[in-house]
Design a binder for this molecule. Sequence first.
Ligand code: LMR
Length: 335
Amino acid sequence: MRGVLFRICCALAFLASGTALAQDPIVIVFSHVVAADTPKGKAAQYFAELASKLTKGAVKVEVYGNSTLYRDKDEMEALQLGAVQMLAPSLAKFSPLGIRDYEVFDLPYIFDSTEMLHRVTQGPLGKALLKKLEPKGIKGLAFWDNGFKSFSANRPLRTPDDFKGLKMRIQSSKVLEAQMRALGALPHAMIFSDVYQALQKGVVDGTENPHSNFYSQRMYEVQSHMTLSEHGYLGYAVITNKKFWDSLPTAIRNQLEEAMRLSTEYANKIAKEENDKALARIRETGKTEIHVPTAAERTALKRALIATHKEMAQRIGNETIQAIYSETGFDPSRL
Ligand code: LMR
């Protein structure tokens, strides 16, 4: 009898320890809209691997890319409701939250280089911008680069006149709307997952994006011309649901913050390489003619587009624009 009791106790103890060992990991669902083989797709995967490693398996990050879980109109709401825990929307997609400061990143030619941009995103201004998300129930974790955008269409785009009357797909941003109007084009806001079909069917004539998005969404199949205008920046803010983040055990949160710090370094290191690789691949397809603007063409484009800075100052907040000018040394009057 004693032997039986002993065996039952051992069995219960074993089961109990087994349950403790098999404790479910904390799951972070990370949703995004681009392909896996892009700067954002790769960085999200890198974060998932690091998060698992640094928390010794206590956190499992599940990455859903290419709009498979949420399309970019719905993902912000899903995050606020807690249906997903992490996103990295492009900075153009934050103004529906009522935070217009983020639109500053859409201003054409406001950043001369990635270095200038990093002075903002990796410095105190960037920190202050992330903090602005908190009243919306969102915790901003980091800024990740994609890169500078090129214009594309089914005709050469060399001078501002070439844009006249073209229906151009934009992300939903008032600044990008003003940018296209400044060129005499007709802006058409559309979610990312619809762009390829819209170009194919002629719903829109052209678009703008960094090369990694252009290549991975096969836009080269439906756009015969691209101009390496580098007229604007496209990057991301990595965000999480604040309530979820605050509810994490401190040790886990610290490990995830470290994983995010390392992933941000990685993201910003690979972004340019990935975009350069994508451009080479677009060239190899032979389907899109790539035009490098001459100095005179670049100046003409700049002159046409820079007016949007003044036009949008009231909307974005002149202080935010001026703060970026003084951080980067940009002087619009020197054009
Ligand atoms: C777009 O909608 O063009 C981009 O924001 C997609 C992305 O996330 O890079």
